[in-house]
Design a protein around this ligand. Sequence first.
Ligand code: CP
Length: 318
Amino acid sequence: MNTSASNINYPHRHLLGIEGLTAQEISALLDASKPHVEQNRRADKTLTTLHGRTLINLFFENSTRTRTSFELAGKRLGADVINMAVSTSSIKKGETLIDTAVTLNAMHPDVLVVRHPDSGAVKLLSEKVNCAVINAGDGRHEHPTQALLDALTIRHRKGRIEGLTVAICGDILHSRVARSNIHLLNAMGAHVRVVAPPTLLPAKIENLGVEVFHHMASGLHDCDIIMMLRLQVERMQGSFVPSTREYFRFYGLDAKKMTAAKPDALIMHPGPMNRGVEIDSELADDITRSAICDQVELGVAVRMACLEVLTDNLAKTL
Ligand code: CP
């Protein structure tokens, strides 16, 4: 076991959400990610830390970044990685989520990485298995590894999180990324704003410890970090914005709206991006201002650390 992972303060079997984690636990996971950033830039990227361990990716929703980076993370640590294709599995014959979980559990995996369209489904599954479970996104609830990789990106580009003003902009209502980031950024001492039309904000969002803005100019004023979110149309029933064109006019990030933020403000986006809807294409590609590729890169390191820490915790309980 990698020493940095075996000594870290994360006393949990699973990673189901950021809510409830302490700043120390979050920092511990970020610190354990750091060595992997350099490792992933080397020609030889493979370690044997998780040799003999089995990771199963079980994704009930589409994914590019999360699924690929968990697969790479597992393989770079030497684990056996199975990507279960839900579309060709017995789920299509009516097998339930729980029966699927119990079936996979009987094959003795060490970690299940699960994405599901229903909030709470991953926690339910975690109660039926003996292995560690990582939530790769459940409905509009949480996406903890996204918030961790966002935090690592902010640390890399800004040197700290505490004291920064972060504006999370767009479809907050349907976003698990927003929810996980709000919990993490508050725990780490950032000032968190949400910027969205009233139709795209959950009721009583201010109870999560955020300042609410309905206009980009005021919401972005003097902020350090701008996190843009896409319209999650797959979770929408009915119409939440008049048109994507009008949405871009009022809420899409462009050079003019950016002038409200600090001159060195950093642009972030969890992906997938809808260019010309929530973000101007040129801004998204401007690597002096945009950290979008850094987020993807650091996501592999964060997921390696999470796999190491959880498998180590599991070994201690056996
Ligand atoms: N950010 C994110 O979760 O992207 P994917 O849906 O591609 O995994």
